[in-house]
Design a binder for this molecule. Structure first.
Ligand code: MYR
Length: 280
């Protein structure tokens, strides 16, 4: 069976890596006023953060339309029997549901939608793993099984410089414990049951990054070979420094440096950092 792999733009897999691995990408968009930009294709991260700094209003984000999914799946149906469509968490975006709905509408190709229950390069790792297996001719059911096994063992923690965007965009759940000092804290955040919730209330960025490193260390020391990603929102130099420290401490972990692009950056704001990992 020929299986195509689709992911959305919030995996932030570089274009050359997508092309090498035969991964198809469907974009989400950011909207400034009346102007909508498909991320990756029409707006890149650095330009986006510059625009966000200079505009008074927060941008909005939109998921791909069902029509975009239908068009893509119909195109893929010409060359493939199945498609595995891997998306950002269903608790923060309707993108995954869009793939499910379009999959029910399109004939001639079986659509398997995968809810990453996360986003960014963690989602990218699922897409890369799925692409490797699909290129080896592994059946889609077996690929889905492998993705679910990885999901059960994957972790991601992140922190934002300022919680305002996450709160205004309605993507922060269970934050009542933080109310009162919302802007003064740098909580470590994570996903629980598809939603973003505070993991621990922490007061400074330094302590938050140290706590995330500690959580990673606990897992990395267990001995399972891991792949991990350091993710930043327009803070490449700081992210590289963190990455270098981790690489030195954990030479057996396969690290990737990645970024929060326009759509995720809209909700996290500039200066956010994350660390995600899963078994290799
Ligand atoms: C949409 O409009 O459908 C997109 C909404 C995206 C919400 C993003 C919320 C932040 C996600 C953080 C992911 C961190 C992964 C380490």
């Amino acid at each position: 069976m020929r299986t195509a792999i689709v992911t959305d733009s919030t995996a932030y897999i570089p274009e050359d890596v997508r092309n090498q691995n035969n991964i198809h990408m469907i974009p989400l968009s950011v909207v400034f006023g009346n102007e909508s930009y498909k991320e990756e294709a029409e707006i890149k991260a650095a330009d986006f953060y510059e625009m966000m700094r200079t505009q008074k209003e927060l941008p909005k984000t939109t998921q791909p339309s069902t029509g975009m999914f239908v068009e893509l799946f119909e195109k893929l149906a010409k060359d493939y029997d199945a498609v595995i469509s891997i998306h950002l968490s269903s608790g923060i975006s309707g993108t995954y549901q869009g793939a499910v709905t379009a999959g029910e509408m399109v004939e001639g190709i079986k659509v398997y939608a995968f809810d990453s229950e996360s986003s960014c390069m963690i989602q990218g790792f699922y897409a890369l793993e799925a692409a490797k297996l699909a290129n080896e001719g592994v059946e889609p059911d077996a690929i889905m099984k492998r993705l679910n096994e990885l999901k059960a063992k994957s972790r991601a923690y992140f922190m934002v410089d300022d919680l305002t965007n996450l709160q205004k965009g309605g993507r922060l759940s269970g934050a009542s414990a933080l109310i009162g000092g919302l802007l003064q804290v740098k909580p470590v955040l994570h996903f629980v049951d598809t939603k973003i919730v505070p993991f621990e209330k922490i007061r400074t960025k330094k302590k938050a990054l140290a706590r995330i490193t500690e959580l990673f260390t606990e897992d990395a020391k267990k001995g399972t070979p891991l792949r991990a990603c350091v993710i930043h929102a327009n803070r490449e130099e700081e992210a590289k420094k963190w990455l270098a420290e981790l690489e030195e401490q954990f030479p057996n972990v396969e690290f990737t440096l990645s970024y929060f692009g326009p759509v995720i950056g809209t909700h996290l704001g500039e200066g956010a950092f994350g660390l995600g990992w899963m078994p290799q």
